[in-house]
Every structure is written in C-alpha cells, then in structure tokens.
Design a binder for this molecule. Structure first.
Ligand code: PEP
Ligand code: MN
Length: 296
C-alpha cells in the first residue's frame, strides 16, 4: 500500500518498483558506496569525455571536493549529426583510468543494446538518457547487464511513464535502478528545461528506488545550478548528477551549464547546510495520509 493513497491507483500496478511495507527502500551498492541509504551522493564530471587531460583533471577536482561518482559521456546522442559524438571506447578507457586514479565510481551513458556489453565492461553505473527512456529494447536488455542503471526521466514523460520504464528494467532482472529528475519540457524558455522539484517527493513516496536530481540539464545555465542543487537536497533527493568542466567556455558540449571547479567546490560546501534539512522528508514520504485519500 502506497503511504499516500492519492497515488495508489496510478502507481500500484508497477509492482517491482512501487514502495511497499516489505520493500520500503532499495539501496544501490557500488563497492563501499551506497545510494538510497541516507547519504547525499554527488555524481559530477564533464558532459562528454573529451581528452585524458580534461577528464583526469576534472576527476581529481571533483573527488577532492567530495563527489563519489565521476560522470562523463563516451557515447553522446546529440541532436545534430554534426556535433561531437563522443570518443567511444577510447572515452570508456579514460573513465576507467580516472577511476583507478581517484577511486571514484563511473557513470556513463549507453545509447543502444549493441553497446551494453562494452559499456558494462568499464562503467559502474549505466546511464539511460532522457531521449532513451522509452527505448524498451534498451531497457529490457539492461535487465541483464549486471550493473545498476541510472534512468533519466524523458523530457516529456509523466512520472507514471518513468515508473513504467523502471518496471521494464526490473522485470527483466535488474532491481538496481536509480531514478533521475533532469527537468521537463514546458512552455518556459528562460531555462533549458523546467526542474520538476515536486517529482522528488512524489517518487520517494510511491517508489522504493533512490531518486537523484540533475540540475545542470534542467537549468541550462551554470549560475543557477547550485541553488537548484540546494532545492534537491532539501526535498529529500538521494543525490545529484552535475556537469563540471575545467574550462566550460571550451567544452565540446553543454559548456554553458557546466560548473567551474571553484563553483563546484563552493556548491559542495554550501550543500552541507542543506542536506540535514532533508531528513524530515523521509517522514513525509512514508507517513500514511489515509484520511486525505479517503476524503476524495
Ligand atoms: C547528459 O547527462 O549529458 C545527458 C545527455 O543528459 P540528458 O539525457 O538528461 O539530456
Ligand atoms: Mn550534458
């Protein structure tokens, strides 16, 4: 039974990923890292792996500031065929080298079922991008990849559809899924996407899966990323996925929304004040609001 009966009808059919008394919380483990256990886990790095120098420099900077996971796309699904498409296997090898150097776990995107085995060879977490959330053959194949999956919300997807996609992965044999709110398409154009901050407490109420927030792709501009990160911490997210680049002006993708090292360090400092506030959210998301549901 979902704690708030308001969402019972909409979400209870996703039996593998819905929160129940028997299964209140999934903890995704990668080595000594636990996502969903109460720590606020920050995943940071460039949008795309561009070079050894760029990646190792970033990995060292984000690790020193307290990140636990290094992000970086080796395969980039770009809107234009003329944009940088990523370094492929060479990029995966650089990510593995950065892990060896820093101890950070690696999250990187997989675009198609054919790439799963090579990406799983190098990555600790397999990222499904917003454009792939409804690629059901990819999701089903990730059921057997043997690695946790970071599932990003489609830019026009309902939370119900996100839960449906998570259910496809879980039903194919992989219960280690992290949900990611990364902003959705609305009529607003001042930001790249609209961060649906309400998605976090809804997902934390209806699902046992960890939920993280990507404020970088929501904002589209680096100046407001730290304050959106604060919001994510306060509403009870299990962590963040953010873009950081040694020289954002020269980034091959998403430079405008990528933070500098200094900005990232400041954000990590700032978050220390806000993460403890979220402790009360567990209570909100698991308390039964039976009266509210019954009143409808
Ligand atoms: C990314 O994380 O760099 C990315 C492409 O994200 P999204 O799929 O959310 O656009
Ligand atoms: Mn990006």
């Amino acid at each position: 039974m979902i704690a708030n009966t308001h969402w019972q009808r909409q979400f209870s059919r996703f039996d593998r990923v819905v929160k129940t008394d028997e299964r209140p919380q999934t903890i995704v483990r990668i080595g000594d890292l636990a996502i969903g256990r109460g720590e606020f886990v920050v995943m940071a790095g460039p949008c795309a792996v561009e070079s050894e120098r760029q990646l190792l420099h970033t990995a060292e900077a984000v690790a020193a500031a307290g990140a636990r996971v290094l992000r970086g796309g080796a395969y980039k699904g770009r809107s234009s065929p003329y944009s940088f498409q990523g370094l492929g296997v060479k990029g995966l090898k650089l990510l593995a080298k950065a892990r060896e150097r820093t101890g950070l776990a690696i999250v990187t995107e997989v675009l198609c079922p054919e790439d799963i085995s090579v990406v799983a060879e190098y990555a600790d977490i397999m990222q499904v991008g917003t454009r792939s959330m409804e690629n059901y053959s990819l999701l089903a194949a990730l059921g057997e990849c043997g690695r946790p999956v970071l599932l990003k919300r489609g830019m026009s997807a309902l939370l119900e559809e996100l839960m449906h996609s998570a259910q496809v992965i879980a039903a194919s044999g992989n219960p280690n899924i992290i949900l990611c709110e990364r902003g959705i398409r609305t009529f607003e154009t001042a930001t790249r996407n609209t961060l649906d901050i309400g998605a976090v407490p809804v997902l934390k109420t209806v699902s046992h899966l960890p939920v993280i927030v990507d404020p970088s792709h929501a904002a589209g501009v680096r100046s407001i990323v730290p304050i959106l990160a604060r919001a994510a911490a306060v509403v009870g997210a299990d962590g963040l996925l953010v873009e950081v680049h040694p020289n954002p002006e020269e980034a091959l993708s998403d430079g405008e929304q990528s933070m500098t090292f200094d900005q990232f360090r400041e954000m990590m400092q700032d978050l220390r004040r806000y993460v403890p506030i979220s402790r009360g959210c567990d209570d909100v998301c698991s308390r039964a609001f039976v009266a509210e549901g019954a009143a409808k």
